[in-house]
Ligand binder design. Structure first.
Ligand SMILES: *Cc1c(COP(=O)(O)O)cnc(C)c1O
Length: 380
């Protein structure tokens, strides 16, 4: 037996030395999810990013997230659907793509501290990357409206966290003023380096599929990510790395849908706390992405979000947070032409917000610690 294991080990070593070039596949076929020697999004996509040769890169090897085929969802909407599972980034959300760029820039500019307003994931990411760079990190969050996992992350990574008696939009307004008047660098998505980093999600999708999809579904909160993906798709097309562009389909939660309504929402409300935003910073560029791509920005009800959330976990085995499921809820709501190639971005990990998961399921039954009692409860 040990002999056999050894052989296996050796042959793996040989393979690493050859490093065959992974093939690129056409959409509908296999997906290239190789992670071999991944160096993080800044090094991998350096020629697309505003970064100086001499800059020290602050990275946690973010990116290279899998594009998971979704057979059950594909069957439901009669299309080829893939899930870009951004919950597998180092701090559990896509925010890490932008944060490696924003913190790298802040560090190389000699900043001492960074600051952000956050619905949760930005603060988790900022705290982690700032700690990595040895920078201070200040976070303003809306009191009582951030998922417990995200708060825990910001604190454990050593950020100074202030809970504001207000909402995200008020927090961002204060952060902007502090950025003007105090020696701190803002790392919200109003920082253009964030958008630059986040556009690499589009690059990875095209790298994996060999082409841009027909439709790109995405949740919309502050609207930085839809802006970033659209920018990424256009840049890849401009360098002839794809020949087409997807229709961008953004989805807000019904109780926090300023772009759909056409005016700011003063008291946004939704179960999807990561998109509980009433006055998006990237409002105009989200509208541009919609019109340039001939796409849409619509809203989905909390019940539709939660239905998609449970469907993804129970049928596709992909656990995302509620806000992420807005993309899939949108796909289920509006549909696509039969046979389309579709990517839905799942922006954050389900473990960020266990309270919502628990609220969606029956609590487990309690039984006596005996064989008979356990057997009696089971349908075997
Ligand atoms: C930040 C975030 C969003 C919203 O992204 P925007 O760029 O603000 O539109 C959606 N889902 C999750 C999990 C997030 O953390």
């Amino acid at each position: 037996m040990p002999q056999g294991d050894m052989t296996k080990f050796e042959s793996q070593g040989d393979m690493t030395e050859c490093e065959p070039q992974a093939p690129r596949f056409i959409c509908g076929g296999e997906v290239n999810n190789t992670k071999t020697k991944w160096r993080g999004i800044v090094e991998e996509y350096r020629s697309f990013l505003p970064i100086a040769e001499t800059d020290k890169v602050i990275t946690l090897l973010e990116g290279a997230t899998p594009l998971v085929p979704a057979p059950k969802l594909s069957e439901r909407v009669h299309a080829n659907v893939f899930l870009k599972y951004e919950g597998l980034n180092p701090t559990g959300s896509f925010k890490d793509r932008g944060m490696t760029m924003a913190i790298t820039n802040a560090y190389n500019q000699g900043a001492k501290a960074v600051i952000c307003a956050s619905t949760g994931n930005t603060s988790a990411s900022a705290a982690a990357y700032a700690a990595r760079a040895g920078l201070g990190c200040i976070v303003l969050i809306p009191q009582g409206h951030i998922a417990l996992g995200k708060l825990a992350q910001a604190l454990i990574h050593g950020a100074t966290v202030l809970q504001l008696k207000g909402n995200f939009d008020q927090a961002l307004a204060i952060v902007r003023e502090l950025g003007d008047k105090a020696p701190v660098t803002i790392v919200n998505s109003v920082n253009p380096y964030r958008i630059e980093g986040q556009k690499t999600g589009a690059f990875e999708i095209v790298d994996a599929l060999g082409q841009a999809p027909d439709f790109h579904f995405i949740p919309v909160g502050n609207a930085g990510n839809i802006t970033a993906y659209w920018k990424g798709y256009k840049e890849y097309r401009d360098r002839n790395l794809s020949t087409k562009l997807p229709k961008m389909c953004g989805f807000q939660a019904q109780g926090a849908a300023p772009i759909v309504l056409g005016y700011p929402v003063e008291n946004p409300e939704t179960v999807a706390s990561a998109i509980r935003i009433g006055n998006p910073a990237s409002w105009q560029s989200a509208l541009d992405a919609r019109s340039e791509s001939d796409g849409m920005i619509e809203s989905v009800h909390d019940q539709e979000i939660l239905e998609a959330y449970r469907f993804l976990a129970s049928q596709e085995s992909v656990f995302c947070e509620p806000a992420s499921a807005a993309s899939v809820a949108g796909l289920l709501k509006v549909g696509v032409p039969s046979g389309s190639n579709v990517v839905c971005v799942l922006t954050g990990h389900g473990l960020k917000d266990p309270d919502i998961a628990i609220s969606q399921i029956e609590p487990p039954r309690v039984v006596e610690a005996s064989f008979q009692a356990v057997m009696a409860e089971l349908d075997l």
